[in-house]
Design a protein around this ligand. Structure first.
Ligand code: GTP
Ligand code: MG
Length: 304
């Protein structure tokens, strides 16, 4: 393709914002048609901006998944929330997700109030409509449209895919004219080592209870292609205390084994090769205060 702008193509960034657990990552994956962002039933799963790329007709849609927006307490929470808002400010369009079953709780109300400060046009996306009756949806749409200015309202189920194609088609018509920024077959801009670390982090969210996932982070240290085409991956799971390390390992190493096995399978499917995954659990007291860990996650380190 020539570098000269091609007036027939369109391309734009669409940020997806909302409270934790609204289904932003699930929707991003549904729009892209592939898993590029990790998901869990727990809140605060996504920690940084994750791009997922889709083509619809002549339009390239670059979706930006963001961490959930909530009242931050810890330094890591503040970094996540700041990152989420920066994703919204820098996009061409902002999709504001509301969990239709939860409706407008205090946290999503606060988001709606702050939307007047966000310049790009906004659209309302009521998600999880598989769990809610129609009348309730209409009431929610009305209330939300009174609280903030939206160009359009969509009702979707990111889980079942209901309404997702309509949303995608509308976005394809709405993004600005311009050349595509990524090759047509690219679905993510994250390097494989980062995606692999995220997949292992997802398994931690699935298998560890209560607060433990929030006190851990995963980094890929080594990614090596072996002669036979196999891939050797070494990852470190950082936790804050020895007691947490013991829980991650589990009795006789059972927990870490199950986490490693689930992650290995999923990574192998993506890279279409045999994967040898080695997980190490390290105690790093106060990793949540360590700028190096933030860099690895793709987050700015908040000064306070
Ligand atoms: N029933 C139903 N569940 C959904 C739908 N979309 C997402 N979920 C579920 O909601 C939970 C949270 O989904 P995520 O996509 O991780 O939510 P998120 O907004 O990215 O959450 P954070 O990253 O923590 O901000 C998961 O258990 C999903 O399976 C939906 O349309 N219907
Ligand atoms: Mg998420």
């Amino acid at each position: 393709m020539a570098d000269a702008p091609d007036s027939s193509t369109k391309c734009g960034f669409i940020a997806l914002i909302g409270v934790p657990n609204a289904g932003k990552s699930t929707l991003l994956n549904a729009l892209v048609g592939s898993k590029v962002s990790i998901i869990s039933h727990k809140v605060q799963t996504t920690r940084a901006l994750i791009r997922g790329i889709a083509i619809e007709g002549r339009s390239q849609l670059i979706f930006v998944d963001t961490p959930g927006i909530f009242s931050p307490k810890r330094r890591l929470d503040r970094a996540m929330v700041t990152t989420a808002w920066s994703g919204a400010h820098e996009a061409d369009l902002v999709g504001v997700l509301i969990d239709a079953r939860k409706g407008l709780d205090d946290e999503s109300e606060q988001i709606l109030q702050r939307l007047s400060e966000v310049k790009p046009p906004k659209l309302l996306v009521l998600n999880k409509i598989d769990l809610v009756a129609k009348e309730a949806l209409l009431t929610l749409a009305n209330t939300a449209n009174k609280a903030a200015k939206f160009e359009a309202t969509f009702m979707v189920s990111a889980l079942s895919g209901d309404g997702v194609n309509d949303l995608k088609a509308w976005l394809a018509g709405r993004v600005p004219a311009g050349p595509w920024l990524y090759p047509p077959d690219q679905m993510s801009d994250a390097p494989m080592r980062q995606l692999a670390a995220e997949i292992t982090r997802e398994k931690l969210f699935e298998r560890l209870h209560q607060e433990l996932p929030y006190h851990s982070t995963v980094e890929t240290e080594i990614w090596k292609e072996l002669r036979a085409g196999d891939i050797r991956i070494e990852q470190t799971i950082y936790v804050e205390r020895e007691s947490q390390r013991k829980i991650v390992l589990g009795k006789g190493g059972q927990t870490i084994k199950a986490i490693g096995e689930a992650a290995r399978k999923e990574i192998a499917e993506i890279v279409e090769a045999k994967v040898h995954l080695f997980l190490f659990v390290k105690v790093r007291e106060g990793w949540g205060e360590d700028p190096e860990r933030y860099r690895a996650m793709g987050l700015e380190f908040p000064k306070e």
